[in-house]
Design a protein around this ligand. Structure first.
Ligand SMILES: [Zn+2]
Length: 60
């Protein structure tokens, strides 16, 4: 049995920005593969400045 890492995406409800766990956000110091729960609470949407509470998991 193999346990493949499962990456999710989260969308900013205000501007539509997508955070992809698989890609991370290297420009903001967030390594690829960083899960949403591991992102600092102080993190803000780079496009509109919304907090994490304004993001919702997105299914694709
Ligand atoms: Zn945003």
């Amino acid at each position: 049995m193999s346990e493949a890492p499962e990456f999710k995406k989260y969308m900013c409800l205000i501007c539509g920005f997508i955070y992809d766990e698989q890609l991370g956000m290297p420009d903001a110091g967030i390594s690829p593969g960083t899960h949403w729960d591991d992102i600092p609470l102080s993190w803000r949407c780079p496009d509109c400045g919304a907090g994490r509470e304004d993001f919702e998991m997105a299914e694709f």
